[in-house]
Design a protein around this ligand. Structure first.
Ligand SMILES: Nc1ncnc2c1ncn2[C@@H]1O[C@H](COP(=O)(O)OP(=O)(O)O)[C@@H](O)[C@H]1O
Ligand SMILES: [Mg+2]
Length: 263
């Protein structure tokens, strides 16, 4: 097993209100798997990806990555994990606009303290791997969306991470470029890379070997189960809210009575 999430919860606090976003997420991924996580907008996909990618901490739960618990790690240990174990691909590519494709791909190597000549060589190989050797000196503005995403994939893979995490990797692309990215993912997976891909597009999800559904912060391989569990939890939360409001009301009434008695 390359990673496992156990009873992961994530709450956000907004205007003093606790908003539960991830609810008891249990997810294990084997090395070499190709997993899609599907769900509607706002269901918690990016929040989950940020936790898997060690970009954010859960509110509670356990996260084991490559045999080690990552939740207790300090920030610099966490950034080592990110740098060496995980490659990231985002919907909007996140390339440095003023740097060439080659320089963008080199970026993760700067942190790793690799020599300049070796950096260039490795980055060229990575660009070759995604079929963009000829575009090495192009800036992002001179590349199509699909080409930009391939540069981003080359950058994600430069340190040979075991895991590729992709958040809506085809979300900003036309169908043809999207399919090209999916072929690239298939190739990487065949080479042994574990892929976790987040998408709201059923067609894109079909490329993975296993699909999980996340609905209102509840995950399951069974879409109906995710939905019904989420609905049940929603009801419970609503009842708790009503209970709190009722309590607040009666507290206020008590106070009013008390202040009347005092006056
Ligand atoms: N930093 C944050 N602070 C407060 N609420 C957040 C924050 N990030 C996300 N949320 C809320 O968490 C829920 C899930 O968001 P997200 O994980 O981005 O969903 P998805 O990627 O599936 O569209 C949304 O209701 C969103 O408003
Ligand atoms: Mg998202």
């Amino acid at each position: 097993m390359i990673l496992s999430l156990e009873h992961i919860y994530k709450d956000y606090v907004q205007d003093k209100l606790v908003v539960p976003v991830l609810k008891d997420i249990n997810l294990s991924v084997e090395e070499g798997e190709y997993v899609a996580i599907m769900g509607p907008s706002g269901s918690g996909k990016t929040t989950l990806m940020n936790i898997i990618g060690c970009l954010d901490h859960p509110t509670s739960g356990e996260y084991i990555l490559d045999g080690k618990s990552v939740l207790g790690l300090r920030d610099n240990a966490l950034s080592d994990v990110r740098l060496n174990s995980i490659g990231f691909v985002f919907q909007t590519f996140q390339l440095m606009p003023r740097e060439s494709a080659l320089e963008n791909v080199c970026l993760p190597l700067s942190y790793a303290g690799v020599k300049k000549s070796e950096k260039k060589e490795r980055a060229m190989k990575a660009l070759e791997r995604v079929g963009l050797k000829e575009r090495a000196l192009f800036k992002p503005t001179q590349l199509s969306g699909g080409q930009k995403q391939r540069v981003a994939i080359a950058r994600a893979m430069i340190n040979n991470p075991k895991i590729l995490l992709a958040d809506e990797p085809t979300g900003a692309l036309d169908q043809k470029s999207g399919e090209q990215i999916m072929r690239l993912f298939k190739k990487l997976n065949e080479e042994g890379v574990t892929i976790i891909m987040i998408t709201h597009d059923p067609k894109i999800a079909q490329n993975a070997k296993k699909i999980y559904y996340i609905i209102d912060g509840v995950i399951s391989e069974d879409e109906e189960k995710a939905r019904s569990t989420a609905e049940a939890l929603e009801k419970e939360e609503a009842m708790e809210d009503d209970f709190l409001i009722e309590n607040e009301k009666s507290d206020n009434e008590k106070q009013e009575v008390a202040s009347d008695e005092n006056s």
